[in-house]
Design a binder for this molecule. Structure first.
Ligand code: PA5
Length: 423
């Protein structure tokens, strides 16, 4: 369950004024009749997912997991951010279980790739290359380097340790996978990269990392049910979407996604891609930024409190986290911290949240939206992701733009290819 609290959002308009436009955009999403309608496969995916493929995902992960120290996930943008977000949100930043998951294919940095290479070269490796187009340069470069490593290590048997997640029929990667006989999984035609966490793009990596794909999909189905009625009195995703649009109209240019858990940093990166690539078009859109408090209160806090009033905050707050610590008592109170002895750190974090909320909204004049999520379970991860898909689709349609393309990303590629001498 994810609840939206708008009591600190300082909205100057009533949400209900948007109801008709919301109804229309809801139809565009559900009846595939809006801009980019070829890419709304994610809407019904919580029910329509390929059941046989999910069984195969679980089988492959179970078979290879035992002989794997490191799973290398090779992809960029929507082809890796969702899996990384899930791993960190659900399993934490230092999980004890094997295999370790390392992400490559998302950078040209030789320094990073060399570090990963040296770290994994003597370990047991499985390589999952993920690219819908099959031609993304960052991914292709990493894939060639690490494929060669596997071929040198395992010879003919390298093929059994390479898994390709790509288009069902087309693309260089699909051709290579068929030729080499790699295990393959499909990125559905009607689901774009940043909307693909619930497909094999995300679920294979999750299964390797011990996160049950069924629980994640169950969470997405619960969100589907809660968000299938467009009425703004109870559709939390659309309430959030409309609040964003009102704040945009009020002159705020940036939305800062705030969490109070360090293991949510990758969720924030995923969220920034979802909203940034979907909404930042035609000179429009809110700039998505992020911060983790209280850590970043010691860096960005000053600006938020007293700087230019260009942003509003959206806090994603957990009602319960899995882990907690009770603060210890000391006989001699040398650090004057005994006033917290016996208190849970979750309570201290909550007080930090409440104090900061008041400082930023009451004193700083910064509007805050609060999203309350139950916990950091696999189920809640699935619920939260579907909530943001729906909110993002609605936000973009209310702005009049196509949420599912990213034409601007091609510009840097063209310039770079020219410099690299690509034909
Ligand atoms: O959301 C998107 O569509 C993009 O971020 C893509 O996922 C990213 O560019 C990678 O593309 P591909 O999967 O074709 O390699």
């Amino acid at each position: 369950m994810l609840k939206v609290d708008l009591s600190h959002a300082k909205l100057t308009q009533d949400l209900s004024l948007y109801q008709e436009r919301v109804n229309e955009a809801h139809r565009w999403l559900h009846e595939k009749s809006g801009k980019g309608s070829d890419f709304v496969g994610w809407v019904n995916w919580p029910y329509d997912y390929d059941k046989e493929e999910l069984t195969r995902i679980k089988e492959v992960a179970a078979r290879l997991k035992e002989k794997t120290d490191v799973l290398l996930v090779c992809g960029i943008g929507g082809s890796y951010l969702g899996a990384r977000a899930a791993l960190e949100m659900v399993n934490g930043l230092y999980p004890s279980q094997k295999p370790e998951v390392i992400f490559i294919g998302n950078t040209f940095s030789a320094s990073y790739l060399k570090q990963v290479y040296d770290y994994v070269k003597d370990k047991e490796i499985v390589l999952n290359v993920i690219s819908k187009s099959g031609t993304t340069t960052e991914t292709s470069i990493s894939f060639r380097i690490f494929k060669e490593l596997l071929e040198n290590k395992y010879g003919e048997k390298a093929k059994e340790r390479i898994i390709a997640t790509t288009d069902a029929h087309r693309g260089t990667l699909k051709e290579l996978a068929d030729k080499e006989g790699y295990e393959t999984f499909v990125v559905p035609d009607d689901i774009g990269g940043r909307y693909s966490v619930f497909t094999p793009v995300g679920l294979l990596c999750l299964a390797f990392a011990g996160i049950d794909p069924d629980e994640v999909l169950k969470g997405s189905r619960a969100a589907y049910e809660d968000l299938k009625d467009p009425a703004l009195e109870h559709n939390e995703a659309y309430r959030y979407a409309v609040a964003r649009r009102i704040l945009d109209d009020m002159g705020y240019q940036s939305e800062m996604f705030v969490t109070y858990e360090l293991q949510m940093t990758s969720v924030a990166e995923w969220w920034k891609q979802l909203f940034g690539e979907s909404e930042g078009k035609e000179g429009l859109g809110l700039l998505p930024t992020s911060a983790c408090f209280s850590t970043d209160l010691h860096s960005l806090g000053q600006f938020i409190q007293e700087g230019r009033k260009c942003l509003f905050e959206t806090i994603l707050y957990f009602d319960h986290m899995k882990d907690d610590i009770v603060f210890p008592h000391e006989e001699v109170d040398f650090d004057h911290m005994n006033y917290l002895a016996g208190k849970k750190l979750s309570w201290v974090n909550q007080m930090a949240m409440e104090g900061t909320l008041s400082a930023h909204t009451d004193d700083g004049g910064v509007p805050n939206i609060i999203l309350h999520l139950d916990d950091n379970s696999s189920f809640s991860f699935g619920y939260m992701i579907y909530f943001f898909f729906k909110a993002c689709g609605m936000s973009c349609y209310l702005l009049g733009i196509n949420p599912f393309n990213q034409p601007g990303v091609e510009v840097y590629k063209k310039k770079m290819f020219k410099l690299l001498g690509k034909e």
